[in-house]
Design a protein around this ligand. Structure first.
Ligand code: NAP
Length: 675
């Protein structure tokens, strides 16, 4: 139906001069084909992209501006544009594309900052000027805007400085990408046989993203041909593999190599990493800094249910899926109804003989009718032929999931209605309850079990397109809400004394998320052991640095998980920027290491704790992986995204003590030259 450009799908062909279209002559779509494609377009981003490509600013006139209303459940289609706006927008878009085609569809210049601001405001109308650099970073315009502005070759060519990155998942690859841009040598140690981290490890049936994929991707490697809005596990893993291959980062990874210990040497201000290779051989590597990119959600949590080891059938955790066991015709128990189990259940319900789901707390879910849908051919075609459309589309997805939604999770201290934490949160609760009541209107027995009593956003909210209700309503599927008393040789016994006999038990019981950097041994300056220091209460400054652990930088560390605003990829990118700032400071100021001050750590975490207490996840006492065993919210970021952006732009030198080891610097004390 459409004529296609042949373009690189991962990295588009943009330079700092603009985007040159690879083969304009092939843009031969007829007017009718263009009209058909535009009928499938997301209009707000398309109008911006066309205004950008053609310079016709009337395409983003006020009359067409999407209202982008703040919705408790999901943003209305087309940013809430009215029918009249949409038909006008479609007409204008079709005409603009035809003009663009007839003019030869040649290269598109990059607009200046003033024009970019104008383009952004069409979508992010409420963003003040303070957001501009942040949003440009997220758009990656001009291309490479997030790259370090310096290189080691320029600032410290003679200094030895090597980084060890632990983990080649999403955060580790982001760190490697930026370190390479700065010319800092590094090695990545990865315990698995491939990149991708959690997306490599989780391969359970139904595994897929539940955040929009255009926003869940690196700003510096934007992809235009995602097959779905919410990618399958294979597609997102494929993206990380492609990034590693196409950027050459794969060559810097030691696969099958698990770091077991990191030990700081006070004399040389360096770290020794002890690691076990694929053949079991232990070896050590000396580095100047460590970037821990080990993730939060990859150490399976098996619940301490009595008798767990007695079960005679097969059992496994969702993150360690047994593809060798055929579930067809089996009696299966699934324990847990969190994000993983929520995707597993609809995927296996049809094939098993009986499915018993053990639920402690039901999840809240966002109605998402297009959750499993493929992207239409027309939309994908437009991403290829309209320059920058996929970038603006990604930006649209990003912006519609940021700051505004925080207000639905914010606590009003005066609010006393049970089940919600504020009037906005109550509005959300009602909207989501109505959705569940509608889904289960024909099964009041189930409706009574699936409607949560805790406030929305107190636990992770899930995406639903109706398949959960469909699975639960099957005659051979049982939703069991009685507590589990024990596991026996033949099944699961609930507290009412009933034994649910099964052949297989699947643990969808989550991860030991708050046990950061386990099971590694980490020993910092003066012999300080990290886990003894934390005493089960992991904290870090900006989620990155910890006092007594010089030059140890964490990514996706404590309090960097997001609940209602933004994507964790963005968060890791910003943390990487900060780490680069730290390294830049060491290289340019002639220091060998920086160590966070205790008072900065305490003050920072005081602010974070106070802010978390004013969120639904902090105020509610419902169980969740957002809190550690002591009840502190150790996972989540409670403030606006802009705060994290601002705090990670420059190194706040007052928060640190700087160390000088002449051994590390390779110079005598009197030769140390500092500005
Ligand atoms: P989870 O959200 O922590 O859910 C664990 C489930 O196990 C909960 O339902 C929990 O009940 C239940 N459970 C734990 N211990 C139990 C016990 N002793 N007895 C009975 N039930 C027990 O874990 P998850 O589903 O693996 O998801 C973890 C996180 O990974 C998600 O929140 C998300 O951030 C990420 N994830 C993302 C995706 C995606 O993007 N598509 C998919 C999967 C996971 P309670 O609720 O009562 O505690």
């Amino acid at each position: 139906m459409y004529s296609w450009y042949t373009v690189q799908t991962i990295v588009d062909s943009m330079t700092s001069e603009g985007l040159s279209l690879p083969n304009p002559a092939r843009f031969t779509a007829t007017d009718e084909q263009i009209r058909d494609a535009v009928a499938e377009a997301e209009l707000p981003a398309l109008l911006v992209a066309l205004a950008h490509a053609t310079g016709d600013i009337t395409l983003i006139r006020d009359e067409l501006r999407p209202p982008m209303p703040l919705a408790p459940a999901a943003l209305p289609a087309q940013g809430g544009m009215s029918e009249a706006q949409q038909s006008l927008a479609r007409r204008d878009a079709v005409e603009a594309i035809i003009r663009f085609r007839d003019a030869g569809a040649e290269s598109v210049p990059l607009p200046d900052t003033a024009r970019l601001t104008e383009l952004m405001a069409f979508i992010a109308r409420d963003a003040g000027p303070e957001y501009l650099p942040f949003l440009l970073h997220e758009l990656d315009l001009p291309p490479g805007i997030g790259a370090p502005s310096w290189s080691k070759q320029d600032v410290a060519p003679d200094r030895d400085f090597v980084v060890g990155i632990i983990g080649a998942g999403m955060s580790g690859l982001a760190a490697a990408y930026r370190l390479r841009q700065a010319g800092i040598p590094f090695t990545i140690f990865e315990k698995n046989e491939d990149v991708g981290g959690t997306w490599f490890e989780n391969s359970y049936p139904g595994c897929r993203l539940d955040t929009n994929n255009f926003a869940y991707s690196y700003s510096f490697v934007q992809k235009m041909d995602w097959p779905h809005q919410f990618s399958t596990r294979d597609a997102i893993l494929g993206y990380f593999r492609d990034v590693a291959d196409e950027t050459g980062l794969r060559d810097s990874v030691q696969f099958g190599t698990e770091v077991t210990e990191a030990r700081f040497d006070d004399a040389t201000d360096s770290w020794t990493l002890r690691h076990r290779g694929p053949d079991g051989t232990e070896s050590v590597t000396r580095v100047n800094a460590i970037i821990s990119a080990v993730g939060q959600l990859n150490r399976p949590n098996f619940p301490a249910i009595p008798g767990r080891d007695r079960f005679a059938g097969e059992s496994w955790h969702t993150a360690q899926w047994r593809h060798d066991v055929e579930l067809e015709g089996m009696r299966v128990a699934v324990i847990g109804t969190g994000a993983s189990a929520f995707q597993v259940v609809p995927s296996i319900a049809e094939k098993v003989e009986r499915l018993d789901i053990f639920q402690r707390n039901p999840p809240w879910m966002y109605p998402t009718p297009n959750y499993h849908d493929e992207n239409s051919a027309g939309l994908l075609w437009l991403f290829e032929v309209v320059p920058f459309y996929h970038r603006w589309y990604r930006f649209f997805q990003f912006w519609s999931s940021v700051e505004g939604r925080r207000r639905f999770a914010a606590v009003d201290p005066e609010w006393s209605t049970p089940g919600s934490v504020s009037a906005d949160n109550e509005t959300m609760r009602r909207a989501l309850t109505a959705y569940l009541q509608d889904q289960f209107s024909d099964r009041p027995d189930l409706a009574a079990k699936v409607i949560p009593t805790y406030p929305p956003a107190a636990k992770r909210m899930l995406r639903d397109n109706g398949v959960w209700a469909e699975a639960l309503k099957r005659p051979h599927v049982n939703l069991i809400t009685d507590g589990i008393a024990e596991i026996t040789e033949t099944g699961v016994r609930t507290v009412d004394g009933r034994l649910h006999e099964v052949d297989v038990i699947i643990y969808g019981t989550g991860f030991t998320a708050s046990d950061f950097l386990t099971p590694m041994t980490v020993v910092g300056a003066a012999g300080r052991d990290l886990h003894e220091y934390w005493q089960g209460n992991s904290q870090a400054y900006l989620g990155i640095t910890i006092p007594g652990f010089p030059n140890l930088f964490c990514l996706y560390g404590p309090n960097t998980n997001l609940v209602v605003n933004g994507s964790i990829i963005l968060f890791s990118e910003l943390a990487v920027d900060y780490v680069l700032e730290c390294i830049h400071s060491l290289l340019t100021q002639g220091y060998s290491a920086l160590d966070l001050r205790q008072d900065a750590y305490e003050e920072y975490n005081r602010v974070i704790d106070e802010a978390n207490a004013l969120t639904a996840w902090g105020a509610s006492d419902v169980s969740s992986w957002y809190k550690n065993a002591l009840g502190r919210v150790s996972q989540n970021w409670p403030l606006p995204l802009l705060d994290y952006w601002t705090r990670t732009r420059d190194l706040d030198t007052d928060a640190y003590q700087f160390r000088t080891s002449t051994a590390a610097l390779g110079v005598a004390e009197d030769q140390l030259a500092r500005p």
